[in-house]
Design a protein around this ligand. Structure first.
Ligand SMILES: [Zn+2]
Length: 405
């Protein structure tokens, strides 16, 4: 395994040691799942249906497309007469799948345009597609029609349902899908993607081969950002840590130059609130509560940031400097750590997790967040005063609504 020359990065889960060359696979991490699919393919035992579960942006769709490449790849020998193992990433089918123009590989999500079942002409407007939140029976019928035909390009037909849990609730879509799963046509692979197994009917789950994806170790995301994304090692190290195990998040951030800036502003907000008096803390809680009604995900991410900052403080209290996630802030967080009481970080993390839970259970955002801010231990105000004087304008901008509270 080769690691980049950047500072060594700790792994946070047990999948280390498997980064290596991944050939034509686009999936970052998930070596066990890749190996499993590769072996099934070599043994001629690719299943008719898979259910890939895991958190948002962890790599479910990429793995499903890798599976489509794996079963459709036609590797051509290189100048030494050696075949690259499938998916080679270079042959015509691999390339066509990567460019999303392969006739036999289709991804369906709630926003996929509806086509007439046998005519193939578009029957929905772009506005209707954008507004649709569920996979409709029309999508499933179209899939049924498609899989009844032989693959056009001679390999296997692969249909991926991205967000399979968003099936129309009247059961018609599930029933139609079940029919296909019960009598799978030859040369067809159906892949369902969902956050958890619990979000699908048992009858469907039992007909699919399950593949469960978990957070990807930071080191593997970092390497992926450098090798696949062409990222600068320093940027890769930073984004990989911020991605919290989700390669998709890291790659999205790589393509958005404002990500690191917004991250720094968010860290400043969190530290300012932690160092502030009761008024400052309530002001922050109210701003967050307002933001929650507009952009729930942003607040959820901010709470993840709160957790990662207090986790770093806990690590630094125990001098575990190598595992810190917010590397850029190690200096300031070390000062907080040495000024904090032994139990502070644990109390803070518990308070944040109660707040996250309260928001998930539809507690009143303002009350939930005020309670959290009341429970967060104080940090020395000097830390923030020094930073604020250096970067006052940014700290005020912060991505919040500009209207004063
Ligand atoms: Zn190939």
């Amino acid at each position: 395994m080769t690691m980049p020359d950047a500072a060594p990065v700790p792994s946070t889960s047990g999948d280390a040691g498997s980064t290596g060359n991944t050939g034509g696979w686009q999936t970052i991490g998930h070596s066990a799942a890749r190996l499993y699919l590769q072996r099934s393919h070599e043994a001629g035992r690719v299943a008719h249906a898979y259910l890939i579960t895991g958190p948002d942006q962890v790599g479910k769709r990429t793995l499903a497309l890798d599976l489509a490449r794996l079963v459709n790849c036609t590797p051509t020998p290189d100048m030494f007469g050696d075949d690259a193992p499938p998916p080679c990433g270079k042959c015509v089918p691999c390339d066509r799948i990567a460019r999303d123009v392969h006739a036999d590989v289709k991804t369906i999500d709630p926003h996929t345009p509806l086509l007439g079942v046998s005519s193939g002409t578009r029957e929905s407007t772009p506005d209707q597609d954008a507004a649709r939140t569920l996979i409709s029976i029309g999508h499933v019928r179209e899939m049924q029609h498609d899989v009844s035909l032989n693959p056009f390009e001679g390999g296997k037909r692969v249909v991926i349902f991205d967000g399979a849990h968003r099936m129309a609730p009247d059961g018609s879509g599930w029933n139609a899908l079940l029919k296909t799963l019960e009598e799978p046509p030859e040369n067809v692979v159906i892949v369902l993607l969902a956050p958890t197994v619990g979000s699908l009917p048992q009858t469907v789950i039992s007909r699919c081969q399950p593949i469960e994806l978990h957070a990807v170790p930071t080191g593997e995301i970092e390497q992926g950002l450098i090798e696949r994304g062409g990222a600068d090692p320093e940027v890769a190290a930073q984004l990989a840590r911020l991605a919290a195990g989700r390669p998709g998040r890291a790659f999205a951030a790589l393509n958005d130059e404002t990500t690191l800036d917004r991250y720094r502003q968010a860290v400043l907000r969190v530290l300012t609130a932690s160092a502030g008096d009761i008024e400052e803390r309530f002001r922050y809680a109210n701003e967050m509560a307002r933001e929650f009604s507009r952009n729930r995900e942003m607040v959820e991410r901010e709470l993840e940031l709160w957790t990662s900052i207090w986790r770093d403080i806990m690590l630094l209290k125990h001098e575990l400097t190598n595992s810190v996630a917010n590397v850029e802030w190690t200096g300031q967080l070390s000062v907080v750590a040495s000024a904090s009481a032994p139990d502070d970080a644990r109390l803070a993390i518990e308070a944040i997790s109660r707040a996250a839970d309260g928001l998930r259970r539809n507690g009143m955002p303002r009350v939930v967040l005020e309670v959290m801010l009341l429970e967060i231990p104080a940090i020395p105000p000097e830390i923030v005063e020094n930073m604020n004087s250096a970067d006052e304008d940014e700290a005020l901008g912060g991505g919040w609504d500009e209207t004063p509270s």
